[in-house]
Design a binder for this molecule. Structure first.
Ligand code: AHR
Length: 501
């Protein structure tokens, strides 16, 4: 297979946010996974945030974190989560397991977590069951510096300076759990609610994200773009992004399929469904291009990843699942697609950060493991803030049935801030290694280093064997001459090559 790379042809900037994350008040993501409480004596923490998890996330340069949901966002009332912990309201988390939410993790704790992580903040507001006033006051509470009721309340609660809200979501899945609205109804609400998401600091404008589609209903984004975007040229900052949610399910919503027990057919079907992400992106791009000819609004894929049947024996409402080499491929394929569509895709947030769905980290008490997906993010971090360069591969297709045929090898290439070319390659075969001949136009290859995440398709990390699937050095390549490198990609693997030019 021939991989052609033309480093002279730059195709767009890869926002670091393409490798963003999502944390919801769901199962053990926030509580236990990230936050263990300020008085915890058993698990090392700083101001309640787990040291092991924060350190691991800093290693992959987590660029942005979305919170508090998800479906939870549209029934979250932020004032319940501020002030002395003992007086914070307790509520039932109706969406996720019916457990008691004690609101001990709220706005101050989220901002503290992002401070420790050194990442941008993406706060998702409540349109489904919240008022315009409530949303407006939350923004004032978080970002207003001067004298005002909400800024004074923040100061009284111990935080003198305002925080930075980089992104603000005006509702979540408002066609479903966020209020079961029609597109027209939501679009008009969006226009109204976003008006009161004030930019108190013009130097740090909040990027406003409008609710987009589930990946299938394409009338929604069309109508919403039409109604919400029409004033954009007149009123700058009306809408900065529109979301897209697309999950990979090996089966359907009734029987999704096991995270760890699957056959080769399931493997190819799952990867084929993952690659359907590209169709969803392209359809959204076409709709957005129709309304927004100057490419001002970003496509924000703020929920993506694998969704399996929950791990046997766990609370079905907690969405806890294992993570195998198959998930490493799901991550690698999606991240390559996001790079290739970086003209429109400005942020993507894998669901979810810890202990939920395609998590990068799993915890059990004071133990923590990094999943295969984590190690893929660790290899792909070199694409953050890089320039996408032209690449193509004349790959054959493989798979088990016509319906689930997929490319044998998929790639993306960028010119990183370190001046090196970063090539990330996915070998989607369950059992065949892939010979790849890479050629570089008008470029002198000086040296190449490699790393790999892969193994047998079911392999995964457990608390007893945490290092079964990890990032390893990769050297199955040969620099043939100054512009050619031959590579042998092991089956079911994701590889990163850093090329000094
Ligand atoms: O990530 C889990 C859930 O999936 C989110 O809460 C919701 O937005 C989506 O349906």
């Amino acid at each position: 297979m021939k991989l052609s790379i033309d480093p002279g042809r730059k195709l767009g900037h890869i926002n670091p946010e393409l490798q963003g994350h999502f944390s919801e008040h769901l199962g053990r993501c926030i509580y236990e996974g990230l936050y263990v409480g300020e008085n915890n004596k058993d698990i090392p923490h700083v101001n309640g945030m787990r040291v092991d998890v924060v350190e691991a996330l800093k290693q992959i340069h987590i660029p942005v974190l979305r919170w508090p949901g998800g479906c939870f966002a549209d029934e979250y009332h932020w004032k319940d989560g501020i002030g002395p912990k003992e007086t914070r309201k307790k509520m039932i988390n109706t969406h996720w397991g019916g457990v008691v939410e004690d609101n001990s993790f709220g706005t101050h704790e989220f901002m503290e977590l992002c401070r420790q992580l050194g990442c941008k903040t993406y706060v998702n507001g409540n349109v489904g069951s919240g008022t315009v006033q409530e949303m407006s006051e939350w923004v004032e509470y978080m970002t207003f510096e001067g004298v005002s009721p909400m800024a004074d309340l923040r100061k009284a609660n111990g935080h003198e300076a305002p925080w930075t809200v980089d992104y603000f979501g005006v509702g979540n899945e408002n066609w479903g759990c966020g209020g079961n609205m029609t597109a027209e109804y939501y679009a008009n609400l969006y226009r109204r609610y976003q008006t009161y998401v004030r930019n108190y600091d013009p130097k740090k404008p909040i990027q406003k994200i409008c609710c987009g589609s589930d990946g299938y209903d394409m009338e929604w984004p069309d109508k919403v773009m039409k109604i919400c975007f029409q004033s954009q040229e007149q009123f700058h900052g009306f809408m900065d992004g529109i979301s897209l949610h697309y999950y990979t399910l090996p089966g359907d919503w009734t029987v999704k399929g096991s995270a760890t027990e699957f056959d080769e057919k399931d493997w190819y079907r799952t990867l084929a469904k993952t690659l359907k992400m590209e169709d969803r992106i392209k359809i959204n791009e076409a709709i957005m291009d129709k309304h927004d000819k100057n490419n001002k609004v970003g496509l924000i894929i703020d929920e993506w990843g694998s969704w399996y049947d929950v791990e046997p024996g766990t609370n079905p409402g907690f969405l806890y699942q294992q993570n195998t080499v198959r998930d490493a491929l799901i991550a690698g394929l999606n991240l390559n697609l996001f790079n290739k569509h970086c003209r429109r895709v400005k942020m993507a947030n894998i669901a979810q950060l810890v202990n939920v769905l395609q998590a990068v980290i799993l915890t059990d008490g004071d133990k923590m493991i990094k999943t295969p997906t984590y190690h893929v993010f660790d290899m792909y971090k070199y694409h953050q803030d890089a320039e996408l360069v032209q690449s193509s591969i004349d790959t054959e297709t493989i798979g088990v049935e016509d319906q689930w045929k997929i490319p044998f090898v998929q790639e993306s290439v960028s010119l990183g801030k370190d001046g090196k070319l970063h090539i990330t390659l996915c070998n989607t075969s369950a059992d065949k290694d892939a010979p790849v001949e890479a050629s570089f136009a008008d470029t002198v290859v000086k040296s190449v280093t490699g790393e790999i995440v892969g193994g047998e398709i079911h392999e995964h990390n457990t608390f007893d064997t945490p290092d079964c699937v990890v990032k390893k050095n990769f050297d199955q390549f040969k620099v043939e001459d100054a512009s050619h490198v031959s590579i042998t990609l092991p089956h079911s693997s994701v590889v990163h090559l850093a090329v000094e030019i």
